[in-house]
Design a protein around this ligand. Structure first.
Ligand SMILES: [Zn+2]
Length: 135
């Protein structure tokens, strides 16, 4: 049986559009899923950005999820990933949505708040809960 000489790192990085260290490294995929998936030698599939973080940085602390600081779910640049709690991740996603222009969001939120760099978290949280953005 033929054995591949490629290491798992090489196999993984071959599927990443690796740009500069500060730019987004987008996972090359034909999948329509928000996150990239990578098949390990064992046949198990892993989420691409989590695999990139563990490969290039180290283990993700127990119970933590990786937040995309760039908000691009297909980005696997570890510099753009930060381990946070699930609730912190939901909170940040809600804030990112809140900041988008009104027409791109569902659920009513005041336009002025979407443009302002300063916002009232209690108000964002209430909006996020009523629109189902966070539980
Ligand atoms: Zn990125």
């Amino acid at each position: 049986m033929a054995r591949t000489t490629q290491t798992i790192e090489e196999r993984f990085l071959a599927r990443v559009d690796q740009c500069g260290p500060d730019e987004c490294w987008l996972w090359i995929t034909t999948s329509t899923s928000a996150y990239g998936t990578f098949r390990l030698d064992s046949g198990r599939y892993v989420v691409a950005h989590r695999f990139a973080y563990e490969l290039l940085v180290g283990p993700i602390p127990d119970g933590l999820t990786l937040d995309h600081l760039c908000r691009k779910t297909r980005c696997v640049n570890p510099a753009h990933l930060e381990p946070v709690t699930h609730s912190e991740n939901s909170r940040r996603s809600a804030v990112a949505l809140w900041r988008r222009p009104q027409q791109n969001r569902t659920g009513a939120a005041p336009r002025a708040a979407a443009r302002s760099p300063v916002f009232d978290w209690a108000e964002v949280e209430q909006w996020a809960k009523t629109t189902g953005r966070i539980p």
